[in-house]
Design a protein around this ligand. Structure first.
Ligand code: ADP
Ligand code: MG
Length: 576
């Protein structure tokens, strides 16, 4: 759509792009700035150095009196993140449509950080009473290392306004669909807020669809999914602000076992609880499967590093008199890693622990009667979870939901036993208790009474060096489960409730932010987590990164702690 033969184009951006056509790629740099684009403002915040570098960062702002969103649609944080999730999805769909037109490749690419199944606060879209803002990435077009000015003008002066018009204006969007997003998010947050006073750690609504399409596809299973059914004895009902009465299975505080034969849906239920700390988009199937927001998935993670963690509640009398009250290792075993994961989760405020036998260390979970006879207690450093799980609840109020298909010894310590059969739960607490009485396990309880809260640890600044050689600060994420911090690589493979690579990006920024602002050798790790999360709550995710990035998503303090704890250079001292 060249304007060469028409009236002189009043758009200064188009003029500028035409003027640099064919020049060296560096000429794009001069375009940084803000442009009035007839109804919105386009900001070119960062221009890539060359055609192969990370794409340029752009932003549009549409004044709210033009965008036209009813103030109710973003009136609170539940609503605002749901609306922004919807808008990012729309914006992404428009970008894809263009990509179809243009073909692939970085040159001419336009892309927004699009949501998955979870509704997370993100930096890609922001909405308030003044404006709607969208941040996106553009590969400024090149041929070799020359500017393709006319293509760039088409992209920025024709395509971007078209995307803005169809994706960001309320009148062009589906109002009913927006209502659905917003109402589901508000209902789910309401549900989650009711859990505590109802004495529950989780709730799964009747008819929820829990199984996913595949291990790498979080969308709901399409064919043959058996909708969730509620056992009568565990049935709870809530009156939601929008959806009205919703019934489902309540999982009470305390110790809950999920038993059942292999392949009957145990891990799928637990995975839904793991993800139930987040809200889900409409039609996900888990909209009303919610969990205590502090719940943390615990697993064995052999090989990880552990720094100064008090695992003595689970492990003591190590060979050579090694201290387990401030346990350090560069190469944890299955059981020591699982113990450290629990203690670190408690330190980060987890009130519910989620454990799946599939990813647990057997010797951490159980030591049966025969093994107790073969190996005396004073030769076994590990006090298995079965002997600590009640104390966790009774002393600290921390609940545990365990998938256990292999050890009936756990019947003794469970408050509730759920059996999964053909993907349908039934309650079997009284049966399990009767079996426990008729068939005593004969094992000796090895645990002490009580469970002390983890002592404070104080991270030392010298353990967090974000620089790499003379290259200065080098902190970034790679994919979903890796953060590079200075010369260190943080492996988050076992941190399963990290669900979006934009969370990982934000986490890497948060580590640097914590280091620069709060890690002073005086503050405890707990305090540092509080301060970082408080700043984000007060100022938004942008507080973490001055560059106005569009691809950050919110994480929980538990994941921030998990990242810090897996930094291999971390050094802590005990609080005096
Ligand atoms: P378990 O942990 O009991 O061995 P899983 O939870 O891993 O079983 O489930 C086994 C298989 O059944 C998985 O492929 C899962 O996707 C599928 N599945 C789980 N729940 C359902 C359901 N409600 N409907 C259909 N398939 C399901
Ligand atoms: Mg399983």
């Amino acid at each position: 759509m060249s304007s060469a033969n028409k009236m002189p184009d009043p758009n200064p951006l188009r003029t500028a792009l035409h003027a640099i056509d064919g020049r060296s790629y560096k000429a794009y740099k001069d375009l940084r700035g803000a442009y009035d684009c007839n109804g919105f403002t386009l900001h070119i915040d960062h221009v890539q150095g060359d055609p192969f570098a990370a794409p340029s960062r752009l932003r549009v702002e549409v004044p709210q009196d033009r965008a036209g969103y009813p103030s109710g649609s973003y009136a609170n944080s539940s609503r605002a993140s749901a609306l922004c999730t919807y808008l990012a999805t729309q914006f992404a769909a428009q970008c894809r449509r263009l990509r179809g037109k243009r073909g692939s490749g970085k040159s001419g690419l336009i892309e927004i950080d699009a949501p998955g199944q979870e509704i997370l606060p993100r930096t890609s879209i922001h909405i308030d009473a003044a404006r709607v803002e969208a941040r996106f990435a553009v590969g400024l077009p090149a041929q070799g290392r020359r500017v393709l000015g006319r293509q760039a003008a088409e992209l920025l002066c024709d395509d971007v306004p078209a995307i803005v018009a169809s994706a960001l204006h309320y009148a062009q969007n589906d109002a009913a669909e927006i209502d659905r997003y917003v109402q589901i998010a508000e209902d789910a947050d309401f549900l989650r807020s009711q859990l505590v006073e109802c004495g529950l750690v989780a709730f799964v609504a009747e008819q929820s669809v829990l199984p996913r399409r595949s291990g790498v596809d979080e969308r709901p299973l399409e064919d043959g999914a058996i909708p969730f059914q509620t056992p009568d004895s565990l049935r709870v009902e809530f009156d939601l602000p929008h959806a009205g009465a919703v019934a489902g299975m309540g999982i009470s505080r305390g110790v809950t076992l999920i038993a059942g034969g292999g392949f009957h849906g145990k891990s799928t239920l637990l995975a839904a609880l793991e993800r139930g700390v987040y809200n889900h988009i409409p039609d996900d199937g888990r909209e009303f499967a919610v969990c205590d927001p502090t719940a943390f998935k615990i697993r064995a993670e052999d090989g990880r590093r552990v720094e100064g963690v008090d695992i003595s509640s689970f492990i003591d009398n190590l060979p050579h008199g090694r201290d387990t009250r401030a346990f350090c290792t560069d190469n944890a075993s299955g059981s020591t890693s699982q113990a450290a994961n629990i203690v670190e989760a408690l330190e980060a405020g987890a009130q519910t622990l989620l454990i799946d036998e599939d990813t647990a260390a057997t010797n951490f979970m159980i030591r049966d009667h025969r093994m107790q006879l073969l190996v005396a207690k004073d030769r076994e450093p590990i006090t298995p979870l079965i002997d600590r799980v009640r104390a966790l609840y009774e002393s600290l109020g921390v609940s545990t939901v365990l998938v256990v298909g292999g050890s009936g010894d756990y019947f003794d310590v469970a408050d509730t036993v759920i059996v999964m059969e053909d993907y349908i739960p039934r309650e079997a607490t009284s049966t399990a208790k009767a079996i426990a009485i008729d068939h005593p396990s004969r094992r000796q309880c090895e645990g002490r009474d009580g469970f002390d809260p983890p002592p404070d640890r104080i991270p030392l600044p010298q353990g967090l060096d974000p620089s790499r050689g003379r290259r200065g600060v080098n902190v970034k994420s790679r994919g979903l489960r890796t953060v590079l911090f200075g010369a260190e690589t943080i492996d988050l493979a076992a941190v399963e409730q990290l669900v979006d690579s934009s969370q990982t990006r934000a986490l890497s920024a948060a580590l640097l932010y914590a280091r620069e602002n709060y890690v002073d050798g005086q503050r405890s790790l707990r305090k540092i987590l509080d301060l970082v999360m408080r700043d984000i709550a007060a100022c938004g995710l942008d507080v973490l990164d001055r560059r106005l990035v569009g691809d950050h998503a919110l994480f929980r303090p538990q994941e921030l702690a998990a990242a810090l704890n897996r930094l291999r250079s971390l050094q802590v001292r005990a609080a005096s």
